[in-house]
Design a protein around this ligand. Structure first.
Ligand code: NAP
Length: 274
């Protein structure tokens, strides 16, 4: 087991990618805290995940710094320590406001969760790890939109771009303490957040036609990468953002008609979405 006896926090671990990461951490022997705002969802997730190992749900809104610290404190009082901080919680900007019309309230809502919450969550986690004196791992959740420009989700894209730089400076700043910092950057993954985008069938068509592998990914595939970035197997990887996207971040032209996805595959995708 790659994470035997390690203690991990997965922010936003109550559903979606975070839930898949929590599953993979538990399978590798970690004790896991999951957080999120909807208590009913959190308690249900805790119950389901407990079949795999020791897990606790803690209510948290990552845009509230006191609650971020509370999560660290409760983790330590429950499981005795903190070894892995998976900063996964994030929201996107479903209303597609044009850059010209974005208000400071819309900006703050996304940035407070996606970037400020990750920045200070990582800081509080690092303080705890430094206190313990045995190093640790911080993994940040970026996105293909850390790299690709998406003008229908301007603030989300800006926040995800910032995470790549946050990951680099954290890695350098925390190196002396033996705390490893990297990020994972998913392409389209089958989650509620993605399903909201998927309701726009034209956009989904475009996404899939520019994903060479011809499908969207799963939360557990992201979870396996998170395990790798959290365990000693990745110890020479430093401040990197690893793309897990089926090629989404560098497919220049639509895939249809290209050999990686046949017309038959494409028709099947249409049927699944219908
Ligand atoms: P999701 O299915 O909507 O799940 C988001 C999780 O974060 C939930 O547990 C949610 O719980 C929690 N959350 C949201 N706001 C929070 C807040 N303020 N404080 C604490 N927890 C909060 O989304 P997802 O698709 O799994 O996305 C997870 C991460 O992956 C995000 O950072 C997202 O940007 C990134 N990502 C996703 C995709 C994709 O295709 N799905 C692609 C690239 C990157 P509550 O709602 O109960 O708070």
């Amino acid at each position: 087991m790659k994470l035997k006896d390690k203690v991990a926090i997965v922010t936003g671990g109550t559903k979606g990618i975070g839930y898949g990461i929590a599953q993979e951490y538990l399978k590798e022997g970690a004790k896991v805290v999951i957080t999120g705002r909807e208590k009913e969802t959190g308690h249900r997730a805790e119950q389901e995940l407990s079949k795999l190992g020791a897990v606790k749900y803690i209510y948290e809104d990552v845009s509230d710094l006191q609650l971020l610290q509370n999560t660290i404190d409760q983790t330590v009082s429950t499981f005795g320590r903190l070894d892995i901080y998976m900063a996964n919680a994030g929201i996107n900007d479903a209303n597609k406001t044009h850059f010209i019309d974005i208000t400071s309230e819309q900006y703050d809502r996304i940035m407070d969760v996606n970037l400020k919450g990750m920045f200070f969550g990582g800081q509080f986690a690092a303080r705890q790890m430094i206190k313990q004196g045995e190093g640790g791992a911080i993994v940040n959740m970026a996105s293909v939109n850390s790299y690709l420009g998406l003008d229908s989700q301007v603030v989300y894209t800006v926040s995800k771009g910032g995470i790549v730089q946050l990951t680099k400076v954290q890695a350098i700043a925390l190196n002396d303490y033996g705390i490893k910092v990297n990020a994972l950057a998913p392409g389209p993954i089958e989650t509620e957040l993605m399903r909201r985008v998927g309701n726009d069938t034209q956009l989904m068509d475009t996404i899939l036609s520019r994903t060479p592998i011809g499908r969207i990914g799963t939360p557990n595939e992201c979870g396996k990468l998170a395990v790798f970035l959290s365990c000693e197997e990745s110890d020479f990887i430093f401040g990197q953002t690893i793309y897990i996207d089926g090629g989404r971040s560098f497919q220049a032209f639509p895939t249809k008609g290209y050999k990686t996805v046949t017309d038959q595959d494409y028709e099947l995708l249409q049927q699944i979405k219908a």
